[in-house]
Write a protein that binds this ligand. Sequence first.
Ligand code: CTP
Length: 417
Amino acid sequence: MERVKVTVAVTGGIAAYKAVEVVRQLQEAGFDPHVVMTRAAEEFVRPLTFAAITGHKVISSLWSEDAGASGGEMSGIEHINEAQTTAALIVVPATADILAKFANGIADDFLTTMYLATTAPVIMAPAMNVAMWQHPAVQFNLATLKARGVHVVEPGAGYLACGMVGGGRLAEEAEIVAAVAEALSNAAGTATATNDLAGETVLITAGGTREPIDPVRFIGNRSSGKMGYALAEEASRRGAKVVLVSAPSALPRPAACEFVGVTTAAEMREAVLAKLPSATMVIMAAAVSDYHVAEVAPQKIKRNGARTLQLEPTTDILKEIVAERAPGTMVIGFAAETENVLANGREKLKRKGVDALVVNDVAGTETGFDADRNAGTLLTPEHEMELPAGTKAAMAARILDQLVVLRSAPRERVTAR
Ligand code: CTP
């Protein structure tokens, strides 16, 4: 099998020597690493070391090696070529300087230019002195890069080359290699250029509904909308017409979707029922409140001793859709559970009468509600498919993969109960 080309970028820190071991472990893991070095990195490790291990020329300059021989011409597209042919850009170690340059889009050498030119996943393993690592400027740049989708392999604590003990020590080599493998498997989930939802109209709900108590207070939940928005993005990328009915969420509206903003469970129900006739697939990813306040106070409630709120159940939208849908419309629910996750999920699948149910364990903080990552299981009356931990974008891709398979199953199997 052909090995996947990845680019290891070495920048100028003491931990540069550890990049040699990362390169070696990437090879062991089946990758074909190519190495890019900054000028400063060459002060720590000789390019020859990497060239010998990888069997590839090490790139460090924006200018071609034979620039003199060819009359000083610039090998102007080498960084674009490297950017476009690599499956991942792995910066190890990542200095404070490179974090700042990437965060600010500075492009003054091969690596920084390549970063701007690549659409491949970027993995950065920072290493620096503990005070530098904790500096707000560094943390601000990190936050910017993370928000932009860069995978950061957090440094560990330990003995540092500067003699101090603390955070800032390069992550273990194996951890960096594992992060590369994970980033690539997530990217594979989202990079498939299929049009397998063409012709479908997918109605997706997202976010957490809010039930007013008085004009300034509400009962809400921790849903961020990330999962539903990721599903909307992915479904429209795959050629579906997407209608996104969203409860409040801080996320930007996904492009190419019909967007309907709602606040309460009742508003969501109304919007969903209005859009249902045109939908061929409904995915209820929203966290819908199970209760609303029986009597919403017309004015702000004043503090005055203990108070009891009378709650009434909201309508179960999912159940209603299952009953109202046109034949052939697939309905998929989500279940956020904190205990007996699979058993509760199976019971809910039956009770709601849906074609499939995505069950999440939301007891942890790393996946589930308001997290960037998710993991779960997709249950159908006949099957149980694990959705391994990954970004919500990757999870969206996996869920839609499964729904496409389910869709192609004989109709009676999908809709008969
Ligand atoms: N749901 C809905 N209408 C509601 C409540 C929930 O359509 N009023 C949908 C959610 O969007 C989700 C699914 O039902 O797709 C499961 O939600 P969940 O709150 O886990 O289910 P409940 O039936 O409320 O069960 P539980 O008693 O566990 O809260």
